[in-house]
Design a protein around this ligand. Structure first.
Ligand code: 3PG
Length: 395
């Protein structure tokens, strides 16, 4: 981005791919529950706006099926972006249709325009190269330059991420640059001891990263819904807790290969049902009642995990330890997160839910070394996969 600003962008049209895929409050439709991703791209937008560029922002939101769907409109995000930028953001009610074209033509120097959800167009996510390229050509026609600051989407081979930079002179935004630098350091030369904390619901989603990280880490702490499949593999009964039957033998193999380096909870908060008002108790993992489901790790597990991270020089954390959105099941995530903030070393919070947990639980964001905006993207980076968006920028 500095290179582009150095060339001078006043009066030029700059197409910025941002990741404005923000979560919404389930109880209040249209209300953004965590605007961290919008805040993260602000420095890029402000720099371009203040340099007099005509800034065209594009993003996806959710997973609509290639056609307009009011549930996934970016309109509320445009409003939030206006508040954050302190200047009006024009919103186009389509992505490459007549409204967008007219808005691009009317754009003044130093103005910011947000296009409607990229995924309202089949070409954005098309597997077919020609279909993606055709949509990318329509987007590219709007601008002179392309800036990718959507770290959360760099693992997607999508038109706005992979094909537009093949057409326009392209630049990495500050967010993408910083994220890649941090993850490269953690992945290539983590200061030892290196402890990874994984949570979230499914082992199957994290299998590739577990396999890639196991040879590199001193300890891998597993909480969240995924811990129950590991506990079952150890021979524990898990009641009605989340269980991936087909992954039990894989978990048993991983535990054997890890030789004690995979650390599991020793107690959990077991609830009668998935609800904030449900009856719940802390039980040891050998005593999970048949009619209960584990919704958080228990206090002994928090102490065990806190002890394991306390001597780490590098910690990577992805995935909440429990259903932190419901107050009775937030203590595990809070306790482990607080322990991570106290380490004498470098901590990285990878991803959507864990980053959202840091902010919604009111934890001190500055106490972490880095809070990534990319869930899937940071995991795929640590798996050692090539990220299409980064490859496209490097070309
Ligand atoms: C994310 O939420 O991880 C990014 O915005 C990418 O979204 P996606 O998984 O729907 O591609």
């Amino acid at each position: 981005l500095d290179d582009l600003l150095g060339e001078g962008v006043s009066g030029r049209r700059v197409l910025v791919r941002a990741d404005l895929n923000v979560p919404f409050d389930k109880a209040h439709p249209g209300v953004i529950s965590d605007d961290g991703r919008a805040r993260a791209v602000l420095p890029t937008l402000v720099a371009l706006r203040d340099a007099g560029a005509r800034v065209i922002v594009m993003s996806h939101l959710g997973r609509p099926k290639g056609a307009p769907d009011p549930k996934y409109t970016l309109a509320p995000v445009a409003t939030r972006l206006s508040e954050l930028l302190g200047s009006d953001v024009v919103f186009a009610s389509d992505t490459v249709g007549p409204a967008a074209t007219a808005a691009v033509e009317a754009l003044q120097d130093g103005q910011v325009l947000l296009l409607e959800n990229l995924r309202f167009n089949e070409g954005e996510t098309a597997k077919d190269d020609a279909a993606r390229a055709a949509f990318a050509a329509e987007l590219a026609a709007y601008a002179d330059f392309y800036v990718d600051d959507a770290f959360g989407a760099v693992h997607r081979k999508h038109a706005s991420v992979y094909d537009v930079p093949a057409i326009l002179p392209h630049y990495a935004g500050g967010l993408v640059l910083r994220e890649v630098e941090v993850l490269r350091k953690v992945s290539e030369s983590p200061e030892q001891p290196y402890v990874v904390v994984l949570g979230g619901s499914k082992v199957s989603d994290k299998l590739a990263v577990i396999k890639a990280l196991l040879p590199k880490v001193d300890k891998l702490l597993v909480g969240g819904g995924m811990c129950f499949t590991f506990l079952k593999a150890q021979g524990h009964e898990v009641g009605k807790s989340l269980l991936e039957e087909e992954m039990i033998s894989t978990c048993a193999d991983l535990l054997a290969a890890a030789d004690g380096r995979i650390v599991l909870p020793v107690d959990v908060v077991a609830a009668a049902e998935f609800s904030a008002d449900a009856a719940h108790d802390v039980v040891d993992i050998s005593d999970i009642p048949a009619d209960r489901l584990g919704l958080d790790i228990g206090p002994k597990s928090v102490a065990l995990f806190a002890d394991a991270v306390s001597s780490a020089r590098t910690v990577f954390w992805n995935g909440p330890m429990g259903v932190f959105e419901l107050a009775p099941f937030a203590a595990g995530t809070r306790g482990v997160a607080e322990a991570i903030t106290k380490i004498d070393g470098f901590s990285v919070v990878g991803g959507g839910d864990s980053a959202a947990a840091v902010r919604t639980l009111g934890l001190d964001e500055t106490a972490f070394g880095h809070i990534s905006t990319g869930g899937g993207a940071s995991l795929e980076y640590l798996e050692g996969k090539k990220l299409p968006g980064v490859e496209a920028l490097e070309k």
